[in-house]
Write a protein that binds this ligand. Structure first.
Ligand code: GDP
Length: 453
């Protein structure tokens, strides 16, 4: 494989930048662009050692640097790797990279270092995908989920199931190929029990998928309610700054304002909408229509009601609209005398929180209620879960092949047919871990990475 180089730190000004060079000829390239003060050559350095010196492009001295050497297979990529740490200026960093490219290295593609780690067996595909999740994690829970996968937990579970499926396949093959030998007959009941056990283990990999996805990607959330109930005040409180126009003239939020906010462990992709009410104002009417559409498309609805006013026909209409959706009712303005009758909310079992957006009290209750709606709890961290659609669909397909195999066994179908179905289940697990996967899938996975990773 060719020797590749890229800047592994952000394309921005910083204290230090790192240019990573990996491949058969990495240390040779390093020796052509870096001279150590001690006179030691990269090619003679041991793995995990550093040298102080300077980077140069031909005779032109570029910057004082530290060179770190990693020896195959004990490097991130599994190949010989040189990392040059220089001052973190954009120009100087580019010059060092350009020198590496002029001296035998090729430009690394996005994710190519991690792709090589995968190709060299340092990571399975789920771990490789988790590297990007670690980089993009924005919360403690998100990071823990990603770290769990990166440490190989999903891989180990998939491997264990895969081994068990192989054993079942082996038993079936031995029995089918050598019927005259003294091999115990394969009992359909025993096979079914074994397959069900494997199914149960695989299911654990996807049961928290939705909750995990919510932690990673956030929830599209619409704040809806009549005008003047305090939607914008709540929106501003959640986003921590004055973004929407807050007035006491009904109908002042006429379009949809969007903001991404963090509430505890959940990221809410918030839309503050025009108040939903019957209106004759044309422009406001468009806003109301958009708000109503949002109720249909949002994953979570925060329906706001004015605790200081009696429940009106518009409120009842809204309660009926959000019934059977993922929704939380906020009875706002709990700092004034309460006059809102919440019995319809109770009747529809809609989780309800009493708070004051203006006084900033009761937000914790809102946070806990939303976490409960999406099943975000500490179990999520303790349980291994698949991290993306590709992984989830591999596990789901494997489970459904196992289900078909169990059904075939129960219906007394020929063991050859069962064999094919179990083999399918096995193939899906091999593509999950990347042991057997098309180049197109691998390319797709790594295309989402950044250059230098
Ligand atoms: P929206 O039309 O639903 O977006 O309502 P706004 O956020 O613009 O608020 C309407 C009025 O209600 C403003 O005068 C706010 O200051 C007031 N308001 C909002 N939240 C509260 C609250 O929790 N308590 C009290 N007393 N007033 C509030």
């Amino acid at each position: 494989m060719s020797t590749i180089a890229a800047v592994s730190t952000p394309n921005a000004v910083g204290g230090i930048a790192v240019i990573r060079i990996s491949g058969e000829n990495a240390l040779g390239v390093a020796d052509r662009i870096f001279t150590s003060v001690s006179g030691k050559k990269a090619a003679d350095m041991e793995g995990y050692t550093c040298a102080y010196g300077y980077a140069h492009d031909g005779d032109e001295r570029l910057d004082d640097c530290i060179l770190t050497v990693f020896r195959a297979p004990h490097s991130y990529t599994g190949e010989d790797t040189a990392e040059i740490s220089c001052h973190g200026g954009i120009y100087v960093t580019r010059r060092v990279l350009r020198a590496a490219l002029a001296n035998g290295a090729d430009n690394a593609l996005p994710g190519e270092f991690t792709k090589r780690a995968f190709m060299n067996g340092k990571l399975d595909l789920t771990q490789a995908e988790a590297v990007m999740d670690v980089i993009s994690a924005k919360s403690e829970r998100e990071l823990k989920l990603a770290e769990e996968l990166r440490s190989g937990s999903a891989f180990r579970m998939a491997e264990a199931c895969s081994q068990k499926l192989m054993k079942v396949l082996g038993d079936l093959a031995a029995w089918a190929d050598y019927p005259e030998e003294d091999i115990p007959e394969v009992e359909p009941e025993t096979l079914c029990a074994e397959l069900r056990e494997i199914r149960g283990e695989l299911f654990r990999l996807i049961e928290n998928y939705d909750a995990g996805r919510i932690v990673r990607e956030g929830v599209s959330t619409a704040i809806v309610g009549k005008p003047n109930v305090g939607k914008s005040t709540l929106f501003n409180l959640l986003s921590g700054c004055q973004r929407s126009i807050v007035t006491d003239i009904a109908g002042t939020t006429r379009d949809i304002v969007e903001e991404t906010v963090r509430l505890g462990d959940i990221v809410l992709r918030l839309s503050d909408t025009a108040g939903i009410r019957e209106t004759a104002d044309f422009i406001e009417g468009i806003g109301v229509e958009m708000a109503e559409k949002l109720i249909d498309s949002a994953e979570l609805i925060i329906a706001v009601f004015d605790g200081g006013c009696p429940c009106t026909a518009d409120d009842i209409k809204l309660i009926n609209k959000i019934n059977n959706k993922k929704a939380v009712a906020v009875i706002n303005k709990n700092d004034v005398q309460q006059r809102f009758d919440s019995s319809l909310l109770v009747q529809h079992n809609i989780p309800t929180v009493y708070l004051s957006a203006k006084e900033n009290n009761g937000i914790d209750g809102l946070k806990t209620t939303i976490e409960n709606i999406f099943n975000i709890n500490s179990d999520l961290i303790n349980n291994v879960t698949t991290a993306n659609e590709r992984q989830r669909s591999c596990v789901e397909s494997s489970i459904s092949s196992i289900d078909c195999a169990v059904e075939a066994l129960e219906n007394g179908e020929h063991l050859d047919a069962v064999n094919v179905l179990i083999d399918d289940a096995e193939q899906y697990l091999l593509s999950l871990t990347g042991k057997k996967v098309t180049e197109a899938v691998v390319d797709e996975v790594f295309s989402r990475f950044c250059v230098g990773k």
